[in-house]
Structure formats: structure tokens, C-alpha cells
Design a protein. Structure first.
Lengths: 216, 272
């Protein structure tokens, strides 16, 4: 029963979500199956919201352990837990009292702390990419040479200075993006879609049972 | 170590310093390198230009602080254009940070006289990724009963007549990853045939191109450059245009290092 019941639920829910795109039952503006699928989608939204809360609890548990046992890097855990609590409290008060000083503080914390820190983390990648591309882009083989030339041409085509050097660079970069890139991307997308469809079918029919937690 | 070997193994700290200078100098002292406008940026501009005052446009702010330097200037520039056209703005997000960026944008326009709930609304964050996008697209009022500021959306003038995503004159997804444009296309644009445009972080542009070619995405702002081009089109140069010189020199520094490394590699190979 521990396996059969989840498989039946998966099958029924999956079939409803699948049929909602093809079949309409009932005379109203919204069909019966569409109503069911809408309800199920709302459940997903609610479960996903709970998952965020669950993740926060898990994060608190792991990092609180780090702090109490003074594991290496426990100061970082302390900052994380402190920030999590502070943002959660201020965010909740701000949400309950829109237009107040707390709401403004919440927005300022985001605008002047969270957002610049996140942007800075991403910006640091620029330096790593510069160093990595210098080391990785070497003409060691024909394939590497093609990759190197394509990368340089796209960079020159995308940066305004490239266009200033030669006005054909943007056109070349556009061609590379439009033709070889799109062909490759489309092939990946179609391949992934077919793979996704096949896997979904296996899950619906109970052949694929990995999500139930067993090896069978 | 020979000179050629040294050129192939430049210390990473030297690379960091040179890239830093290449980025910082033009930010402090702009070079004013001219910028041409991409046809895909013009497509987004023309879509907004074709809207009528009173139309409602949905901006889906699906980006995080990490992607915001590339994508947020796009949203700011498009919002400015919508404001100038007298078009109403509804914002939603399937990324948790999105509503905060929405508030940043709305603050300016509320100070300029736009009325919250009538001209603009921030519908907030909807959890659930791809499923949430589908549910929102098919049942807008049922999915967001309460907005980001805790107000009921039911009585809002801006939400009158909005049942599903087709009731928006245009949907623009500003995106730095998944869920984002792929999900909007396959869950909402395909089944409902909505008018959809996008503003993507630069690394997402290649994977968005097939949807542009298929006509499912009607226009695309490509990274910071797309934002800079849009700022030029609407005649309001902002942070994106200012950042383009830095991007130019940054790219040139990387290309210079790649060339130096390869020339040294080939010469070294010839000598050996």
C-alpha cells in the first residue's frame, strides 16, 4: 500500500493535468477538468510556500548547530542566522504594516544591503571568467579553435567598442547567435522535451519509482 | 621559466588588477563610445509604442539581486516608457526578490502622481515556479487575491476586466534564470497566445533565441546592452548606458589576455 497509493495519486493527478490541455467537460466557461487542475495548481503553490518555510527551519537548524558546537566558520553561521532572523522579523512587521517606517526600513535593507551584496557576488564572477578564459581558450585542437574564435567574435560584436573597430562585428555576432546557436539550442530543447515526456510517462504509469524513495 | 611560458601563465592577480582598471576607469571617466540599436530592442520599443493610454501591461520581475545589474535597468527603462505612454503597470514575480524591485520602480511613479491600485499595482511573489506561472496566466485574480502591500486585488480599478493573461495588452518577462521565459512560453504564451516580450540577463539570451525566431517572444532586451539601447531609444540615458563603456573595455581586456596567451602558446609550440 505504501507504494500503490502514491502511484495511484500520481497517475490520477498527472492525467488531470494532462487532460486539461485537451478536453473540456461541462457547459460553463471553465470545464470540470480545468477546475480540478486549477485547484491542484493552487495546492502546488501552497506546498511550495511551505517548502520555503521548511528550508528556513532547516537552515536555522544546521547553522545553529555550527554555532553551538563552534565548528570552523561558525562566525559566518552566526551572521547568517542573525540576518535571517532580522530580515524575517522586519519583513513580517513591514508586511503587516505597509507604509510605516518599518516597511521603509525593510525596503532600504533590500535596496542598500541585500541587492548590492547579491550584485557584488555576481560581479566577482567577471574576474574569475577573465582568468579562466585566458587559461582555457587555447588553440589546442580544431574544436577549441572554433570555440575560441566564436567567443571572441561574439564578445566583439556585443561590446560597442567592437563595432567602433569594425562595423561588421555585430552582424557576425548576430549570425552566430541566430543560426548555429539557435540550431543547437533548439536541438537541446527538443531533445530535453522528448526526454521529459518519456520520463513523465514512466512516472505516470508507475514504471519509474525513484520519487517514492526506493531503488525499484 | 622562458618568456613565452610566462606569457602563458600570467598570475591571476595581474589579470584581476587589469580587468578591474578596465572596468573602473570608464565608470569614473566615461568614454562615450557610440551604441547601435539592435532590431530586437527596437521590437520591444515598438510594442510599447503601439500601446494605448489606459492599457494594462504586466511586468513579470523574475530576477534576483545577482542578475539585477543586467536586468533591473531594463525594467526601469521599460517602466519609464510605459509611464510616458500613460500605460498602466501591473507587476508580479515568480522570484522572491522581484516584488522588492517592483517597489523600487513604483516608488518613483507614485511620487509623480500615479495612483496605486488604479495606475500601478505590485501583485507580489507567487511561489511554485512553473506551476505558479501557469496558474497565474490562466486565473490572475484567483492566484493573487492579495497584493504585495496586503490589499485585496478584487476591488482595484487596474484589475477590472483582468481574468487571465490575455487581458493584459502585453506581458514582458524580465528574467535572469528559471522559472522565467521558457515557462512563460510553454505554459502561457503557447496555450493562450498572449503577446509576450522579454528582457533577459546576457547569459540567458542564447537559450531565448529559439523563441524569438519562432515568434513566441516578440522582442528581446539582451542584458545590460539591451537596457542601454532602450534608454537611448526613449531618450533617458541611465545607469545602463553609463555601464556600456566599462563593459566594452572589460571585454577588450579579456580578449587581449586570450590573444596574448594564444600567441605565446603558438610561438612556444613552434620553437619546441
Amino acid at each position: 500500500m505504501r507504494r500503490e497509493v502514491p502511484i495511484v495519486i500520481t497517475f490520477v493527478v498527472g492525467i488531470i493535468m494532462l487532460l486539461t490541455n485537451f478536453i473540456k467537460i461541462g457547459a460553463g466557461e471553465v470545464g470540470l477538468i480545468q477546475q480540478w487542475s486549477s485547484e491542484l495548481s493552487n495546492w502546488v503553490i501552497i506546498v511550495a510556500a511551505f517548502a520555503v518555510g521548511l528550508a528556513s527551519v532547516n537552515l536555522m537548524k544546521i547553522h545553529s548547530n555550527n554555532i553551538t558546537r563552534q565548528r570552523p566558520g561558525w562566525v559566518n553561521s552566526l551572521i547568517l542566522v542573525g540576518s535571517l532572523i532580522a530580515f524575517a522579523i522586519i519583513g513580517t512587521i513591514a508586511r503587516l504594516n505597509p507604509g510605516t517606517a518599518t516597511a521603509e526600513l525593510n525596503q532600504n535593507l533590500f535596496d542598500y544591503v541585500m541587492s548590492p551584496l547579491g550584485a557584488a557576488m555576481f560581479a566577482i564572477l567577471c574576474f574569475y571568467i577573465a582568468s579562466a578564459s585566458y587559461r582555457a581558450f587555447r588553440m589546442r585542437s580544431a574544436e577549441a579553435t572554433v570555440l575560441l574564435i566564436a567567443a571572441v567574435l561574439v564578445m566583439l560584436g556585443r561590446a560597442p567598442i567592437g563595432e567602433l573597430m569594425w562595423n561588421q562585428f555585430p552582424g557576425i555576432a548576430k549570425w552566430l547567435l541566430d543560426i548555429p546557436n539557435t540550431a543547437g539550442q533548439r536541438a537541446i530543447m527538443i531533445g530535453a522535451a522528448i526526454g521529459g515526456f518519456a520520463t513523465s510517462l514512466r512516472i505516470l504509469l508507475g514504471i519509474e519509482r525513484g520519487h517514492l524513495g526506493g531503488a525499484e | 621559466m622562458s618568456f613565452l611560458s610566462k606569457l602563458q601563465n600570467i598570475d591571476r592577480r595581474v589579470i584581476y588588477v587589469i580587468v578591474l582598471l578596465a572596468l573602473a576607469i570608464p565608470l569614473i571617466n566615461p568614454l562615450g563610445i557610440p551604441l547601435s540599436i539592435s532590431p530586437l530592442t527596437e521590437d520591444v520599443y515598438n510594442l510599447v509604442e503601439s500601446l494605448q493610454p489606459g492599457d494594462v501591461v504586466l511586468m513579470s520581475l523574475d530576477y534576483s539581486p545577482g542578475g539585477s545589474p543586467d536586468v533591473h535597468p531594463q525594467a526601469v527603462a521599460v517602466a519609464e516608457h510605459l509611464y510616458k505612454k500613460g500605460v498602466k503597470m501591473a507587476m508580479v514575480s515568480f522570484w522572491d526578490a522581484g516584488p522588492m524591485y517592483g517597489e523600487q520602480i513604483l516608488k518613483k511613479y507614485e511620487e509623480q502622481g500615479l495612483v496605486y491600485g488604479t495606475d500601478v499595482v505590485n501583485l507580489g511573489f507567487v511561489s511554485g515556479g512553473e506551476t505558479a506561472i501557469r496558474q497565474f496566466g490562466f486565473d490572475v485574480p484567483g492566484t493573487v487575491k492579495v497584493d504585495f502591500r496586503g490589499k485585496n486585488t478584487a476591488g482595484m480599478p487596474i484589475m477590472e476586466g483582468i481574468k487571465d493573461a490575455r487581458d493584459f495588452a502585453l506581458v514582458i518577462d524580465f528574467v535572469s534564470g528559471n522559472p522565467g521565459i521558457n515557462e512563460w512560453v510553454r505554459q502561457v504564451q503557447g496555450p493562450l497566445g498572449i503577446k509576450l516580450a522579454a528582457g533577459a540577463v546576457t547569459v540567458n539570451v542564447p537559450q531565448t533565441m529559439p523563441f524569438v525566431q519562432s515568434g513566441q517572444v516578440l522582442g528581446l532586451l539582451q542584458g545590460l546592452r539591451g537596457a542601454a539601447e532602450y534608454e537611448i531609444l526613449i531618450g533617458v540615458p541611465g545607469t545602463a548606458a553609463a555601464g556600456m563603456d566599462a563593459q566594452s573595455l572589460g571585454h577588450m581586456a579579456i580578449i587581449a589576455f586570450i590573444l596574448v596567451g594564444n600567441i605565446a602558446f603558438l610561438l612556444d609550440k613552434k620553437v619546441k
